[in-house]
Structures are given as structure tokens and as C-alpha cells.
Ligand binder design. Structure first.
Ligand code: AMP
Ligand code: MG
Length: 490
């Protein structure tokens, strides 16, 4: 059976300083909660449910060499010299028919030499959250690791109380983090940093090799990818929650879902993690934190790239972030042409949303149906002070009329319909609100009913579609769920 999936492990070739060979701690009585068959198809995986259950709970082994990797990282601003895959096991890489490679990694699969004081386990609650979030972000168009399947168990683990353990199989072209580079440079192994950089460049940034300084180009690409990533988080209202440098992907992907949250009401100060007392990782701080993390990476890359060079590259971050963010927001309000005044128009709207505590996703989805001379009462209903919005609306109208709509004079209705359709492709109707995840978690935890997880995954795989049968899943949180606090224990 194991020959059905062919694994290689190119990371292993870097040498033993980069990882440890580790053993998966299988669940005795695993339960298959969900398989993401849509992703399985992208990977050309042909396994049945029984095989998913056995292989991804550690009860059967693929013909692969399992490893856990070492890394370090800045956690809440302080450097921790050694972290690593404390509860994750890399099975290796597979290749699909298109020639794309993906690493498969189990999370919650037992202790490793990097577990420190941890038990190597992950709880069901956090595994469900990771499983659903990565799918939700991917389908919105935000770069992220993915999740292939979710396995439950009857094993008890101690967190804030007793909870059940679970395992998620994660999928990514690579799980290498900024922290991998930090580990080698700060433990005075500059040659190892160079080997790692060459590996990542060869495999993921080969275009950098044709530049005079491939390391500069490599760093440039990482800066750009991360500026674009955080622009998307800001535009779609996602707060990661724990942006330590060990949770930063070298490929610019969202990775390690813990106490994250999507915005309900628009609020820059939104802090999803209730142990983030200072708000270091609040929604509004994310761009500057990513910049800080890139600076930490620049420091870790000094064995291949001097700081004066990386510093110059880093200076491009701010402008690139802002440009990407404004471009996304411009699309969200239905504008195609770029005008200097757009930034202010967008800022003014966000100011109104913040002041009036308006649901971010619902508002933008309703704005998709805005009509210049039509009935906009559905939008007004979302607002607490309509007069202030109407002032903004007068500028918005003028701006919309500056757009070159095909035959606007002849067929304004058609042009507005077209704008509305375009807007609905960038303003999701369905996001993974905390209360939705919470409902799925409660059912799974208390009555072992996994149907809500499957249902949510399916809904979130089509975030821009109307899906009228799931209308309630597009609502703002009910009273019981307002201000749910998320623990970072997982
Ligand atoms: P995180 O906050 O989940 O990104 O994890 C930070 C570090 O702690 C990483 O090195 C993890 O592998 C490790 N870690 C987190 N939880 C556990 C656990 N239950 N057992 C072992 N290591 C863990
Ligand atoms: Mg982590």
C-alpha cells in the first residue's frame, strides 16, 4: 500500500544539523474526522478513507524517512535560541502530475527532541481551527499552508482542562520559517545558513540565480511576498494572532494557525489572542510587525547578505505594502482606474466603519450592490449614522462616474451590474468567523458530531458564491459569541 504514495525528502540531504529523525506517536483508536478530497485531488493522491485513517494517525507508515526540523525564533520580541518542530513530523515531499512538489507534515503527532516542556500533542479544538482556517484563507486567495485531513482520538491531554488530542496533516511546498535561518546564524553556524539559503533559492527562488547577487534578489522576493501577504490579511480582515518569527514562512505563506481571528466589526485594535496583553499582534499592527520580522530575517541572513544591502531592500517594504493594500481596497470598492485620491476615499470609509462599529465583511458585500441612482437602503441599514456615510457616498459617486464604463451613457444598468459582479469576486460573503468555528468545535467535542466541520469546509471553499442555502453562515456573530476570547493553548 505504502508504494501508492512516493515520498522523497530533499531537506534531509542538507545534513543532520538541520533535523532529527523522529517517530510518530500513533493514536490507539483514531477517528477520521474529515478528508479534504479537493486538496487530495490537487495532489493526485488516491487513498481511501481507511488509508487516510491509518497513515495520517501514525498507525501505518509510508515508505518515507520521517524527520522533525530545528529552528529558533523571536517570540513576542525576545529571541528564543532553540525551538523546532516540537509536535510536527515531516513525512517528506510528494510530486503531482504537474510536477509541483508538496511537503506533508503531521501536527500533533508526538514528542520530538524540540518539544521542550510540551507533550507533542495538539488538541481537537485547535486542530479544527487550523484545518478550517487554512482552507478558508486559501479560497479567499490568501497564500497559506493547507490541510489535508483531520484525525481525532480518545487520548486525553491537559490544557486549560482535559481535552482530546487530534492530528492535522498539513501540506505546503515548504515549512521552512524565518526561524530556521535565525537558528543557524545566531548559533554561530554561518556556513549552515548559507547552505540553507542555497537550498531554498534552488528549490523555490531559482529565478534569483540569474541576478548579480542572488541573495539580495532572494531577500527582495521574500520582502515582496510578505508585503503582499500582509496587504491581503488587512484587506480581508484577518488577524494571525501570533506573528513570532518562527511562525513566518520563507515562502510568504500564512502558517501556524493559533488564536487567529477574522474581523467582525472593523477595528484596528482587534487582538484575537487573549494572552497578547500589549496588543503587539493586534490587527492594525500586522504590517509593522511583518516589517520587524523581515528585519530579524535580514539579521539572520548576514552570512550571505550584508545588512547595508538588505536594509536597502527592506526600505521598499512600506511602499509595496501600501500599494498592494490600496490596490486590493480599490477593487473592493469597485474601482478599476488608479487615482491619487483613492487612498483618502478608502481611509475615510474605513474611518466610518470603525467609528460606527460596522461589520467589515457584511458591509463590503452589501456595497457590491451599490447603484449610483438606485435604492441603496440595504447598505444604509448597516450604518448607525447614515448622514456621515452619505457625505462619503457623494465622493464615491463622483469617483465611480470617473471610471470608464463601457457605454455608461447608453447602458448604465449593465455597467453597474458588471461592477457589482467584479466586486463580488473580491468581497467574500463567507469567512471563518470565530463563532462558526466555535459551533463546529462544540459539536465535535461534546457530541462527536463532525458534520459542522465538513459543512463549514465546503462553504468556505466557495467564499465568493452566494450559496443561498447557507445564508445564516454569512451573519455577524450572535450575542453569545460576541468577543469570544481565544486562548493560545493548543
Ligand atoms: P506555536 O506557538 O504553536 O507556534 O509553537 C511554538 C513552539 O512550541 C514550536 O517550537 C512548537 O513546536 C512548540 N510547541 C507548541 N506546542 C507544543 C506541544 N504541545 N508539544 C511540543 N511542542 C510544542
Ligand atoms: Mg509555531
Amino acid at each position: 500500500m505504502s508504494s501508492k504514495v512516493k515520498f522523497i525528502n530533499s531537506y534531509e540531504k542538507l545534513g543532520e544539523e538541520y533535523f532529527s529523525r523522529t517517530k510518530i506517536e500513533a493514536f490507539d483508536r483514531p477517528e477520521l474526522i474529515d478528508v479534504n478530497y479537493e486538496l487530495a485531488a490537487e495532489l493526485d493522491l488516491e487513498l481511501n478513507d481507511q488509508e487516510y485513517l491509518e497513515y495520517f494517525s501514525g498507525n501505518k507508515n509510508f515508505d518515507s524517512s520521517v524527520i522533525s526540523t530545528v529552528y529558533a525564533g523571536h517570540q513576542f520580541g525576545s529571541y528564543v535560541p532553540q525551538l523546532g518542530d516540537g509536535r510536527a513530523h515531516l513525512l517528506g515531499e510528494i510530486e503531482n502530475i504537474k510536477g509541483e512538489t508538496f511537503e506533508l507534515q503531521l501536527k500533533g503527532s508526538g514528542k520530538t527532541p524540540y518539544s521542550r516542556f510540551g507533550d507533542g500533542k495538539a488538541v481537537l479544538r485547535s486542530s479544527i481551527r487550523e484545518y478550517l482556517a487554512s482552507e478558508a484563507l486559501h479560497h479567499i486567495g490568501i497564500p497559506t499552508t493547507r490541510a489535508l485531513c483531520l484525525i481525532g482520538s480518545d487520548e486525553n491531554v491537559m490544557r486549560e482542562g482535559m481535552e482530546k488530542a487530534a492530528m492535522v496533516t498539513r501540506v505546503s511546498p515548504s515549512f521552512i520559517r524565518f526561524g530556521h535561518f535565525e537558528f543557524f546564524t545566531h548559533s554561530k553556524k554561518p556556513e549552515q545558513t548559507k547552505i540553507l539559503a542555497d537550498y531554498v533559492i534552488d528549490k523555490f527562488y531559482p529565478q534569483a540565480k540569474s541576478f548579480e547577487d542572488k541573495y539580495e534578489k532572494f531577500f527582495y522576493e521574500i520582502v515582496i511576498r510578505n508585503a503582499e501577504l500582509v496587504a491581503k490579511w488587512q484587506a480581508f480582515g484577518f488577524a494571525h494572532g501570533v506573528l513570532n518569527t518562527d511562525n513566518m514562512s520563507i515562502l510568504g505563506l500564512s502558517i501556524d494557525y493559533g488564536p487567529y481571528g477574522f474581523l467582525d466589526n472593523y477595528h484596528l485594535g482587534f487582538i484575537p489572542n487573549h494572552s497578547d496583553y500589549s496588543g503587539r499582534y493586534s490587527f492594525g499592527h500586522q504590517p509593522q510587525i511583518i516589517h520587524w520580522n523581515l528585519y530579524a530575517l535580514a539579521n539572520a541572513l548576514t552570512p550571505v547578505l550584508p545588512l547595508d544591502k538588505s536594509g536597502e531592500v527592506l526600505q521598499l517594504f512600506g511602499a509595496h505594502f501600501l500599494r498592494s493594500y490600496i490596490d486590493l481596497m480599490r477593487e473592493k470598492i469597485g474601482l478599476k482606474q488608479k487615482k491619487d485620491t483613492d487612498k483618502k476615499l478608502i481611509q475615510d470609509l474605513l474611518h466610518i466603519l470603525a467609528e460606527q462599529e460596522i461589520d467589515y465583511t457584511i458591509f463590503f458585500r452589501k456595497l457590491c450592490d451599490y447603484r449610483i441612482n438606485g435604492d441603496n437602503s440595504e447598505i444604509y441599514k448597516e450604518l448607525k449614522k447614515v448622514d456621515i456615510f452619505k457625505e462619503w457616498e457623494s465622493h464615491y459617486q463622483k469617483r465611480l462616474l470617473q471610471e470608464v464604463w463601457p457605454d455608461l451613457n447608453k447602458n448604465a444598468e449593465k455597467a453597474e451590474e458588471e461592477r457589482s459582479m467584479q466586486m463580488k469576486k473580491v468581497n467574500p460573503k463567507y469567512i471563518l468567523r470565530n463563532y462558526l468555528a466555535e459551533t463546529a468545535i462544540k459539536q465535535a467535542t461534546f457530541v462527536q458530531d463532525y458534520s459542522e466541520i465538513k459543512k463549514l469546509r465546503k462553504i468556505l471553499q466557495h467564499p465568493f458564491d452566494e450559496q443561498p442555502e447557507y445564508e445564516p453562515y454569512a451573519s455577524s456573530p450572535p450575542e453569545w459569541a460576541r468577543g469570544i476570547e481565544l486562548s493560545c493553548s493548543s
